[in-house]
Ligand binder design. Structure first.
Ligand code: KIV
Ligand code: NA
Length: 269
């Protein structure tokens, strides 16, 4: 069976084998992730990773669509989920539908993701009823950095659990097919996972979640600063730097290009 996974396929994984998800923003990295993961997130974290921004707030719909298209071209099997960037969906459910429809039509992706719990429930229902699968995102919502003040784990005091649980339940009841739970105290993430009927995909959350997601460059060791919840599965930063240094040295000493890397004249007669 060679077809691409769908939002309903991911939804059906609740309580089963955990869902493996990573971000990708490029065709070639998408291809690598596609061979091993169930879902690929074209996250608005591309603002930091690709563009050197401090936060995700300046990321635009055009940036998301361009990278979403690249990831769709580079993958065949995984469900591709594209993040809705700040300012493209919060004003009204109609604004959200028009923005999300552009993403789905112009990239061919199978789902979109949007941050927010109770406040976004009506919008999530509006999109899902009109044919756009929505992945929710609760707990730490980085697009709200300017009102939050800092990127801090949520629910580390059990007195604060109520609104976070209410957010998760609202997203599930609105018809989302899954939800990201970001930077939430472990027992709360586990409790939410038991309480909602859709898969939870943790990042800085709990091993009890129905799946996990990380930013690819963070887990590969390509990002200079990473949150505590990132586990490094690779150390590509130093490996790339060694390759770049060797190249620059060979250029300067004329060791590169060698005879294998240039075109001699064709042999005549
Ligand atoms: O933008 C992103 O990469 C994300 C994940 C961290 C969940 O939203
Ligand atoms: Na994001």
């Amino acid at each position: 069976d060679d077809r691409r996974l769908t939002a309903p396929d991911i939804r059906a994984r609740k309580g089963g084998t955990p869902i493996a998800m990573l971000t990708a923003y490029h065709a070639h990295t998408a291809g690598l992730v596609d061979r091993h993961c169930d879902a690929i997130l074209v996250g608005d974290s591309l603002g930091m990773v690709m563009h050197g921004l401090e936060t995700t707030v300046p990321v635009t719909l055009d940036m998301m669509i361009l990278q979403g298209l690249a990831v769709m071209r580079g993958s065949r099997r995984a469900l591709v989920v594209v993040d809705m960037p700040f300012g493209s969906y919060e004003a009204s459910k109609e604004q959200a539908f028009l923005s999300a429809a552009r993403v789905v039509k112009e990239t061919g992706c199978g789902a979109i993701k949007m941050e927010g719990g109770q406040r976004m429930a009506e919008t999530i229902a509006f999109l899902v009823q009109r044919g756009i699968p929505v992945m929710g995102h609760v707990g730490l919502t980085p697009q709200s950095i300017n009102t939050l003040g800092s990127f801090r784990a949520q629910g580390r005091d059990a007195a604060d659990w109520g609104p976070i649980e209410a957010d998760a339940k609202a997203v599930a009841e609105a018809g989302a097919f899954a939800m990201v739970i970001e930077a939430v105290a472990e027992p709360l993430a586990a409790k939410i996972t038991r309480e909602v009927r859709i898969p939870t995909i943790g990042i800085g959350a709990s091993a009890a979640c129905d799946g996990q997601v990380l930013v690819l460059e963070d887990m590969l060791g390509l990002s200079p600063r990473v949150p505590k919840f990132v586990k490094r599965y690779g150390d590509l930063g130093p490996a790339i730097e060694r390759a770049v240094a060797a190249y620059a040295e060979e250029v300067r000493t004329r060791a590169f290009p060698g005879t294998d890397n240039v075109y001699p004249l064709k042999k005549s007669g």
